[in-house]
Ligand binder design. Structure first.
Ligand SMILES: Cc1ncc(COP(=O)(O)O)c(C=O)c1O
Length: 434
């Protein structure tokens, strides 16, 4: 971890007026997950560097979220910049239908070398949700190509989150996710509790007995269910899922969109459980948080089920910006940084500080649990009455922390300095202590 000392105070007082682009553009913007009638106005942000976000009025926030868990090397890493600039000058984009290019092929071969087992075919897309949809299509068509026309459902888990598109919402937690809002517009899948102990494992196996004939795949976020509330489960759960998938001849999809690239302490979470999924999905930190890119990677036997003289056995998917060369160049540069710089050691050092610093929150009023894994620190509360106003309090302390559901969490860049990290944890302790 970079321990260079730094001024992490909440910085300057805000200026009174917003920039013209803000005043002119805001009435035309529809923001994510926001009740546009009541939400606090978004922050005008003008620059990012390392783990700092500069606002238009000159205030500087220390970033505890790393741009929705993507910016693992911090913002504006010079190596990613240089690679992007070079690729931009040569070929920012070209279609991938009938053509290939070096950034994509190099990235595919490097990802396959890093992933365990025979995960060896990469299908690039441009967002996590679409990568999951492609994984679902691969699993369903794997069945169809083998003449198994009834096996089109997924088995997913309570607490799970796999995206916001219609197909992925249908495999998110039905109560906590967005299922209930969209009701009958969503496909029906089987949603189970995770098999964490003897009783839930028995229930899980009886669900499989009942539904195996209609299941194409089991899908899970390994070790951490992120958007479901940073819920952790032990590695034996993944081993149970692998064994069950093998026993019932069901594909196992691991959604490592959040957990991939070091976040849980190993490059991929599945490595801690020593299992190999049939399909894995990656995005978020794939480009070090610089460009939109995602990958769905399949094992050899999955890919081979699509090889046929029948053209209809081909995977029918092809986003316009698939394998965008600029994004692939950034992802290659991000992988260079994982090779050259001690990212996993930095994650371990972050874990030590998060564990030590957040533990003090355990005895604060309203705190239900404190947990950490890799570069993830979570304080779970009984409830958060108003996450939006809690966020404003963190901002006033110079910290970008975004509470949701009943949790306050940190997922910083792996390059965050010790001072910056301690500023975030101290702020959480101060704010939660009231
Ligand atoms: C595990 C997981 N899967 C899928 C997604 C969806 O990714 P995207 O927002 O890029 O569509 C997310 C996003 O948070 C995620 O955490």
């Amino acid at each position: 971890m970079n321990t260079a000392s730094s001024n992490t105070s909440a910085a300057h007082a805000p200026s009174t007026s917003e920039p013209a682009w803000y005043e002119q553009g805001l009435p035309h913007i529809w923001l994510p997950y926001s009740q546009m009638k009541t939400a606090s106005p978004p922050l005008p942000c003008v620059a990012t560097q390392g783990s700092r976000i500069t606002l238009a009025d000159g205030r500087v926030l220390v970033d505890g979220v790393a741009a929705w868990w993507t910016a693992c090397h911090g913002y504006n890493h010079p190596h990613i910049h240089a690679s992007a600039a070079d690729q931009l000058a040569r070929m920012p984009h070209v279609m991938f239908g009938g053509m290939v290019h070096e950034p994509a092929l190099r990235l595919a071969s490097r990802l396959c070398a890093l992933l365990p087992g025979d995960l060896e075919r990469v299908f690039f897309t441009d967002s996590g949700s679409v990568a999951v949809e492609v994984a679902m299509k691969m699993a369903i068509q794997y069945r169809l190509n083998r003449g198994e026309h009834t096996r089109t459902k997924m088995l997913a888990f309570q607490g799970g989150y796999h995206g916001d598109t219609l197909a992925t919402m249908a495999i998110c937690d039905p109560e906590e996710g967005m299922h209930h809002l969209y009701g009958s517009a969503l496909a029906q899948h089987v949603i189970a509790p995770l098999p964490v102990d003897e009783a839930s494992t028995a229930r899980f196996y009886s669900l499989l007995e009942q539904h195996a004939h209609e299941l194409a795949a089991i899908i899970v976020e390994p070790l951490v269910q992120g958007a479901g509330g940073m819920l952790f489960h032990p590695t034996h759960v993944l081993q149970t899922l692998r064994a069950a998938a093998d026993r019932y001849d069901i594909l196992l999809i691991l959604d490592e969109i959040f957990t991939g690239f070091g976040r849980t302490g190993s490059l991929f979470a599945c490595q801690q459980a020593g299992i190999v999924p049939d399909i894995i999905t990656l995005s978020k930190a794939l480009t070090g948080g610089t460009m939109a890119l995602a990958a769905t990677v399949a094992r050899r036997h999955v890919f081979e089920a699509f090889l046929s003289d029948n053209p209809e056995h081909a995977l029918m998917h092809g986003p316009t910006f698939m394998a965008n060369p600029l994004a692939c160049a950034c992802a290659n540069a991000s992988l260079d940084l994982f090779e050259r710089e001690p990212r996993l050691e930095q994650v371990a050092a972050i874990n030590t500080i998060l564990t030590e610093e957040l533990e003090a929150c355990r005895h604060l009023p309203g705190v239900r649990d404190v947990r950490t894994l890799g570069a993830i620190g979570v304080v779970e509360l009984e409830r958060i009455a108003n996450p939006d106003s809690l966020r404003q309090t963190f901002i006033a302390h110079g910290a970008w922390v975004r509470p949701f559901r009943n949790i306050v969490y940190l997922t910083p860049a792996f390059t965050i300095s010790e001072d910056e990290l301690r500023h975030l944890t101290r702020t959480i302790r101060t704010v939660l202590a009231g």
